[in-house]
Write a protein that binds this ligand. Structure first.
Ligand SMILES: Nc1ncnc2c1ncn2[C@@H]1O[C@H](COP(=O)(O)OP(=O)(O)OP(=O)(O)O)[C@@H](O)[C@H]1O
Length: 321
């Protein structure tokens, strides 16, 4: 039975034909243990461990070629690991489990000649939804992502951004038990990003673990409760933003009434940047902050002197350096 008359504050429950609709919270984890994949001599993914916790958005970041896509493919079983394993709810993941995962692959495999609605309903059927449940879920998602009028159009007539939205619907429709999304935000305009975020939050609010990769650090910073940072096939940092920040070098920002160039001569600090009256520094000696402030006051007014919360971009540069 379709349940699509429900309010839009809950995720579309498409009445999967043969699955229990669990609403467990917190314990619905994907666990990656020692995951490794070699291509010839290259270890694209090298002993990777992390957990995607139920109910949280986990951002997966790393530079080009860091191994994100390869890791996600192994989570989804599209690629087999050279070593290590993927676990789901405390035991090795099975093909049946994965059938209930929503996956957005890097290669966007839509059929250009097929109508949007038909294609999505077909994909929903492959995921185990009944035809009517798939249609109801797809129709609701199309409306929510602003494609309600385009349901009968062929995919190739849509702009790239709209094709991306269709791909997102393919991953989110029904009631996925976990979401693994490779660059779901790339190519979306800000309104579509917001709609997408709302949708993802609806899934996390019912305990679903969500892993998504992105190069948009500002977005990841805004959205994610947890982060996994990959570099050269290895996890170089993982945890909440605050946990990552606590290991980062503390910066101070000093704003003066005159030019701040003189700070370069103060011992015990590393100058990150000077721009006219503003200097950003790192203390290599804790006591230097007092010396810096005294020296500044001797030279004139101090308009601001405060610790700076490190941005994710800063943390990212530090851990991947
Ligand atoms: N099928 C393959 N055959 C050979 N090498 C591969 C294959 N797939 C990935 N690689 C290599 O594995 C490494 C990791 O690639 P991967 O696509 O997982 O990185 P990524 O973090 O997703 O990068 P991007 O952000 O650029 O998408 C790269 O060096 C890539 O060239």
């Amino acid at each position: 039975m379709s349940q699509h008359t429900e309010s839009r504050t809950t995720p579309p429950d498409a009445g999967r034909s043969a699955s229990p609709s669990t609403t467990a919270r917190g314990g619905d984890d994907i666990e990656v243990r020692g995951l490794t994949r070699a291509f010839g001599d290259i270890r694209a993914v090298d002993g990777v461990d992390f957990t995607v916790t139920g109910g949280l958005l986990t951002g997966f970041v790393g530079g080009n070629g860091a191994g994100k896509t390869t890791t996600m493919r192994m989570i989804m079983g599209v690629l087999s690991p050279t070593a290590g394993e993927v676990r789901w709810r405390g035991r090795p993941v099975t093909a049946i489990d994965r059938r209930e995962f929503g996956y957005m692959p890097e290669e966007r495999g839509l059929y250009p000649d097929q109508a949007v609605l038909d294609q999505l309903v077909y994909l929903g059927r492959l995921r185990g939804l009944t035809a009517s449940a798939a249609k109801a879920s797809v129709t609701e998602h199309l409306e929510r992502l602003g494609l309600g009028e385009r349901a009968k159009e062929r995919v190739q007539k849509l702009s790239l951004g709209n094709q991306q939205r269709v791909q997102i619907i393919a991953a989110l429709m029904g009631r996925p038990q976990a979401l693994v999304l490779d660059e779901p935000f790339s190519g979306l305009d800000p309104a579509a990003v917001d709609n997408m975020v709302d949708l993802l939050r609806e899934h996390t609010s019912r305990g679903v673990p969500v892993l998504f990769s992105s190069h948009q650090l500002d977005l990841v910073e805004r959205l994610c409760e947890r982060l996994v940072v990959l570099a050269r096939g290895k996890v170089v940092a993982a945890g909440t933003s605050d946990e990552l920040r606590s290991t980062s070098v503390v910066r101070h920002r000093l704003v003066l009434s005159g030019d701040a160039g003189w700070v370069r001569g103060v011992p015990g600090i590393h100058v990150v940047d000077v721009d006219g009256p503003t200097a950003v520094v790192e203390l290599t000696d804790e006591r230097a902050s007092r010396a810096l402030l005294s020296a500044a006051l001797e030279r004139g007014d101090v308009l601001d002197f405060a610790q700076q919360r490190p941005s994710l971009a800063q943390i990212y540069r530090e851990v991947t350096a």
